[in-house]
Design a protein around this ligand. Structure first.
Ligand code: DOR
Ligand code: ZN
Length: 467
């Protein structure tokens, strides 16, 4: 047999075990996994001795700003950063310009991103309430990975871009949908059978709380947090769970940040409701206390909360309530992020640092490597209908593979990041563990921190299973 690529002598991370062996790749697919050497030559051989070999890692939540705000980031940059960070598939969020709100815009975006993609990608569709209720079925049929609803956000009337600092007096803005309209979104998505993923923050509450604060210019994170508190998320999560109980909508709760949300989601899952949840590194590794050192670059929506929230999020990961971790990569420029805490846009880079941060946590004994592999690979693939094509090392599936050096000690430096924007909360963080090779459908995209192949990324659609 002439193989395309053999990965030799790695510690292969399978479903429940880690076993030493070799992986044989042909035509972009995994053809064999064997403890013994199989016959035949290969065009490429990777020696993975002493390294860990995982199913390709998936980041289900990134904002590459492409099209639209490509001065902040674009898909070529974000997928380069992702590949350096050990990611083989990203799911691109739909709050682009044009937004992914119709079938036509889905096709436009697929073509736009495919021309720049260094790794594979899925596309989210957006719900804009009544405005595109009638388009959700065609978005589903086009192959969106899920439908995203930015609950609590107002959007610009013309281009549907998010309004970060909503005020009801603003002109040319569609205010956040009321609960009746959101109920209709749940109903429409339920009909498609796709996942409805929600950004969960209650705008009415946040707006009223902000009105009662005198100093809305100050640099005090806790004052800012008191205007966007835990309760804003909890109210929305609770309403969403009840909508799902009523309508059966398959619900995914994005970037969970509070203790009480974890408890509500755990309870809903116990009751058998179709609810999954994710969180992000900033909620696992930062708290309100981090602001003293890190400052306003750590402003993300929903805001990073308190230590007791963080502890329960870790518990939620341990018991499976939270089944995936994603970056919410949301770059803005240096100038945009150097303004005032209250008015600057929310978001920071994350696609390149998510894997290192979590590997460091593995090395600290906070989670096992098997759990890490579930959180970043098999669970996201299962939650969004691309398993086992992605998210597994099964025979006949895409040869997407991430190779890790678990012993490598290094420091995250903002200037070393590969995104257009270098905005990160993790500058100077000391890390043990690093992705050293990123392989997409058999092709080495990154090796030892260098990009080896570009532009081969393809769209992956929901329910596109090859087995
Ligand atoms: O911090 C955030 N940034 N949260 C969001 O919900 C949106 C994102 C963005 O697109 O900038
Ligand atoms: Zn996001």
């Amino acid at each position: 047999m002439q193989w395309d690529h053999i990965i030799k002598n790695g510690n292969i991370v399978l479903n429940n075990t880690i076993e030493q062996g070799n992986i044989y790749i042909k035509n972009g697919l995994i053809e064999a996994i064997s403890k013994n050497e199989l016959q035949g030559d290969a065009k490429q051989v990777t020696d993975a001795s002493g390294k860990y070999v995982l199913p390709g890692l998936i980041d289900t939540h990134i904002h590459s700003r492409d099209g639209g705000a490509t001065y902040k980031e674009d898909f070529s940059y974000s997928t380069t950063a992702a590949a350096i960070g050990g990611i083989t598939t990203v799911f691109e969020m739909p709050n682009t310009n044009p937004s992914v709100n119709t079938r036509d815009n889905f096709i436009k975006q697929k073509n736009n991103l495919e021309s720049k993609a260094n790794i594979d990608f899925g596309l989210w569709g957006i719900s804009l309430g009544d405005l595109n209720k009638a388009n959700l079925q065609e978005l589903h049929d086009s192959g969106v990975i899920g439908i995203k609803y930015f609950w609590g956000y107002a959007v610009n009337k013309e281009d549907f871009q998010l309004v970060y600092n909503y005020d009801p007096s603003l002109k040319n803005v569609m205010p956040p949908c009321d609960d009746g309209e959101v109920y209709e979104i749940f109903k429409s998505v339920a009909k498609t059978g796709n996942v409805l993923a929600i950004h969960a923050e209650n705008s009415d509450l946040m707006h009223r709380l902000a009105e009662n604060i005198e100093d809305t210019k100050g640099d005090d994170y806790d004052v800012f947090l008191s205007s966007r508190p835990q309760l804003a998320e909890i109210l929305t999560v609770q309403t969403a769970i009840e909508f799902t109980r009523d309508l059966g909508t398959r619900l995914h709760i994005l970037h969970v940040t509070t203790k009480r949300s974890v408890e509500l989601i755990r309870q809903a899952q116990k009751e058998g409701l179709p609810v999954t949840a994710e969180t992000c590194p900033h909620y696992l590794f930062l708290t309100n206390e981090s602001y003293k050192e890190i400052g306003p670059v750590m402003k993300v929506f929903p805001l990073v909360k308190e230590k007791e929230d963080q502890d329960e999020i870790w518990n939620g990961i341990a018991d499976g309530t939270i089944s995936s971790v994603c970056s919410d990569h949301a770059p803005h420029t240096e100038e945009e992020k150097s303004g005032d805490l209250w008015t600057m846009p929310a978001g920071m880079c994350g696609v390149e640092t998510i894997v290192p941060l979590l590997l460091n946590a593995v090395n600290e004994g906070r989670l096992s490597l098997l759990k890490f592999s579930e959180l970043l690979s098999s669970n996201p693939a299962k939650n969004f209908g691309i398993f086992p094509k992605k998210g597994s090392l099964a025979i006949g599936t895409d040869a997407d593979i991430t190779i890790l050096d678990m012993d490598k000690k290094w420091t995250i430096k903002r200037e070393d990041l590969h995104s257009k924007s270098k905005i990160t909360a993790y500058d100077g963080f000391e890390i043990t563990g690093k992705p050293v090779q990123t392989i997409v459908r058999g092709e080495t995209i990154m090796k030892d921190n260098e990009i080896k192949t570009t532009g081969i990324g393809q769209l992956v659609k929901r329910n596109e299973s090859i087995l």
